[in-house]
Write a protein that binds this ligand. Sequence first.
Ligand SMILES: Cc1ncc(COP(=O)(O)O)c(C=O)c1O
Length: 481
Amino acid sequence: MDKVGYYRRNALPLEMHKVCIVQKTEILPVEDRVKAIRRAGFNSYRIDSVDVYLDMLTDSGVNAMTNEQLGAMMIGDDAYAGSKTYFRLAEKIKDIFNKDYFLPVHQGRACEHMLALAYVQPKPGSIVPMNFQFGTSVGKIKYCGGDFVICLREEGLERQSSDPFKGDFDLEKLEKVLKEQGDNVAFVRIEAGTNLIGGQPISLDNMLAVSELCKKYKVISILDASLLQDNLHFIKTRENAYQEKSIREIVRTMSDAMDIIYFSARKLGFGRGGAIILNDKKEFEYIKTFVSSFEGFPTFGGMSVKEMEAIRVGLDDTMDENIIAQGPQFIEYLANELEDAGIPVVTPPGGLGCHLDASKFVPHIARTDYPAGALAAAVYIASGARGMERGGIDEPWEDPNVEPYGAMELVRLAVPRRVYTVSQMNYLIDRICWLYDNRELIGGLHFETEGPHNFYDALDSNSDWPERLAEKFRADFGESL
Ligand SMILES: Cc1ncc(COP(=O)(O)O)c(C=O)c1O
């Protein structure tokens, strides 16, 4: 990564791209933001995008694409079977991941569906050990009759820490599971980086050790590389043994150790789609049968050829240190500035987004009143930025009579790559600082209907706290939006 020093400041993220195409955006007045969040049932998934100034809900399918990606889309070969586009992308995948076979699918969760059909469904009651769960991954495993076991090190769940690789497996725990469960293990899933614990990375040494254990116990290793680009940046910058290695060399080492790799190209590759890649021809032919039944003919698998061409170019971009540094640098800037202002955020800063720790930001709100959901709504009222609740509202119900509460109450402010500028981050930091100083005005939420709830269901405020927050905003900011 190129280093750029400053004369008057310690550091500032610096964009290594210029903007060629822009999309107009607006900030609604605070009173209208209160109306919009009420219309949306206090759920940021339900806010119309026209009402949003900074869309920080997710990094999925919303990263800025390059002129070269858009150009490549024009040469897509729309043949139903045997398309040139398929072979071009397969060649790029071979070049980067050194694996011979590739199956396209429509997005990351489709990879998970195919793999669960292939390896979990034939073994009812089997388990999948993983460093951490992700909703779509475990959803497919359970749907196919299996279950999952979390093997994260305990330190991974500490919200404030200086541990550089909070996504690492507890290798002893994993080995115990592999030893005790033997044939009952469908595969081991390695998530790099880990979405639900704040985009925290896993070290390459830990991945290699997991792969060795898989070989020892003759279990398939499957890498979920959806968030790999941030993870690669962290391996390069935080893991001493690999600082002299190029990103391509790091990917090659990692890839050679894994049996199967899949990714959501909505995240990796700056496009929209998904891919399963592997070396074993027999396994490829086997998984292909599911792709052709559920996704599409195996040379497009539910993806548009335009997207496949864009991913081909995007994968090369992912090998560029300056390009993949942008997201983590912006997230680090956001997290450091907020932390310096005394605001509780998840540390060290990870990939994907900056995570506010709602249980410390609004400790006066009980878990039953959804602190992270309330804080996400308050951030929207204060700034027009929509983040994502990562707490009790998001937690899937196992038992229809028992409301679950997750390990953490976080608000994720995702940083789509190359979409926003440093001045927009400074605006957001300013509004969150104001909100923190007025945090006692934020109240709780309740669902409008009886459970079990979904993360996209509507809620309501427990009082008129949103209106009172807006009144205070008006008093402090005068005419300002
Ligand atoms: C780690 C991880 N795996 C899988 C997925 C699923 O990908 P998709 O949203 O493309 O279905 C995601 C999406 O956020 C993810 O973060």
